[in-house]
Design a binder for this molecule. Structure first.
Ligand SMILES: [Zn+2]
Ligand SMILES: [Zn+2]
Length: 140
């Protein structure tokens, strides 16, 4: 388990109880939308507002604790910042799967960036499609 208090402080954020809870849920589920986080955390803290969740998630993205994963036609999901990896994203059910990063793509992209004299800051690999589960639903 990640030490959320240190993670937040290392990224210049106060380690509030709420933020640590959001992070704990996100780590448990891997990738969550703001609505997902809200519905999980309000089970324990009914007075929590959606606006508070939203505000804190956006702030943690800004400070590099979380990463936003855009989903075609759906609300974005958020994950803890971790080692580079590839996403397989289902546009039917919104499921996001992490797959290990392929080193070869790095070489190609670094070459491209350097040819363009483009100073690369971050990259995210998202493959959008229909997951195995949703494909089997299509048949019936
Ligand atoms: Zn699916
Ligand atoms: Zn991921």
């Amino acid at each position: 388990m990640t030490d959320y208090a240190t993670l937040l402080k290392d990224n210049s954020l106060k380690a509030t109880f709420q933020r640590m809870q959001f992070l704990e849920k996100i780590e448990e589920y891997g990738h969550m939308s703001i609505d997902d986080i809200y519905s999980k955390v309000t089970k324990m803290h009914p007075s929590l507002s959606l606006a508070t969740v939203y505000k804190n998630i956006i702030l943690m993205v800004k400070n590099g604790v979380l990463v936003e994963v855009p989903i075609d036609g759906k609300k974005s999901k958020y994950e803890l910042k971790k080692e580079e990896h590839i996403h397989l994203i289902c546009t039917e059910c919104g499921d996001v799967k992490d797959k290990p990063h392929i080193q070869k793509t790095d070489i190609i992209l670094k070459e491209l960036a350097s040819l363009e004299n483009f100073r690369l800051k971050k990259q995210q690999f998202n493959l959008y499609g229909i997951c195995n589960n949703c494909q089997s639903k299509e048949v019936s």
